[in-house]
Design a protein around this ligand. Structure first.
Ligand SMILES: Nc1ncnc2c1ncn2[C@@H]1O[C@H](COP(=O)(O)OP(=O)(O)OP(=O)(O)O)[C@@H](O)[C@H]1O
Ligand SMILES: [Mg+2]
Length: 293
């Protein structure tokens, strides 16, 4: 594996490029770009010069911690400042979220969990796991061209809908930021679970993400940081294993210091100065480098 040769560009997204490995269909090279994005809105995309490097450090150390715990991931090893080697995956189009504290879209759906300003947020024990369908331009199309969902309006925040009943065979899609009692919450669309899951189970993904949260929060707690929540994606490897894939970096979670000040991507969403955001990404990357696996 030491003569690893970069093959063709397989996929390019907003924050990463995926390359084939010459002569090795089981692996891909993931290369970070310097972009930082928010709200699924291209006009909101910005850059800073160290973003790829800090994200690559964070993701690599996180996945090394998970691999050491025996949690299945697609990560193999860091290759350079901005690249890592991963198992090639067919991605499962879900955003799987685990929450230790009630924040963000959870509070929009469940406003009864909001607390008064200055109060600590509501803490979940056990943590809450939620599944969102990962849609693009208001829809989801299978590899074989089958339309699984369509006509969701990104302008109305209907993208990446909340799956109300992930353990059932036919999923009901709900607006991710509207209380479930309100008529506007009902997107009046269903999706056949099996077509999305392709054999993966809700139980195995739930168990993997809870173990991930517990592993990372134990590390962050030692350094007086609070892991509020976390988003991950799963993939299926060519030998048919369901693993945590894509990346887990400072864009994937809400991470707060002891005073509940954000040190993760929330500060970018909130419109903070780029130099301050860069400092936060640097701080988190430096912290991850102390993980010593
Ligand atoms: N190990 C892997 N094998 C195959 N594809 C991968 C792997 N890791 C990540 N990907 C995919 O690479 C693509 C590029 O990543 P990026 O996150 O930049 O895309 P994006 O613009 O956010 O779009 P998306 O909404 O699909 O994530 C994504 O579709 C992601 O799912
Ligand atoms: Mg992505």
């Amino acid at each position: 594996m030491d003569t690893l040769e970069r093959g063709t560009l397989i996929n390019e997204g907003k924050t990463k490029k995926i390359f084939a490995v010459e002569g090795d269909p089981a692996h891909v090279i993931v290369e970070y770009k310097n972009t930082i994005t928010a709200f699924d809105d291209p006009s909101f995309t910005k850059e800073f010069a160290t973003k790829a490097k800090y994200s690559n450090i964070t993701t690599s150390r996180v996945f090394e911690m998970l691999n050491a715990k025996g949690i299945p991931t697609s990560y193999v090893r860091q290759l350079s400042d901005t690249e890592f080697l991963s198992l090639a995956c067919t991605m499962i189009p879900l955003e799987v979220v685990v929450r230790r504290y009630a924040f963000g879209s959870y509070l929009k759906r469940r406003p009864e969990f909001a607390v008064a300003e200055g109060e600590p947020p509501h803490r979940f024990d056990p943590p809450v796991v939620e599944f969102f369908l990962k849609t693009t331009k208001g829809g989801l199309i299978d590899e074989d061209g089958t339309v699984l969902a369509e006509g969701l309006d990104p302008q109305k925040g209907e993208e990446d809908p909340f799956i109300e009943n992930p353990r059932e065979g036919t999923w009901r899609l709900m607006h991710s930021k509207t209380p479930g009692e309100e008529p506007a919450a009902f997107l009046n669309r269903t999706v056949d679970a099996e077509r999305v899951l392709k054999g993966a189970t809700i139980n195995e993904m739930e168990s993997a993400i809870v173990r991930t949260l517990e592993t990372l929060e134990a590390f962050f707690e030692m350094h007086d940081f609070k892991l509020v929540d976390l988003k991950i994606e799963f993939g299926r490897t060519i030998d048919n294993r369901v693993v945590i894939s894509d990346v887990i970096d400072n864009d994937s979670w809400r991470l707060r210091d002891q005073n509940w000040n954000d040190v993760s991507k929330q500060s970018f969403r909130d419109g903070e100065e780029m130099s301050q955001i860069e400092d936060k990404y640097a701080r988190v990357a430096a912290l991850m480098e102390t993980s010593n696996i």
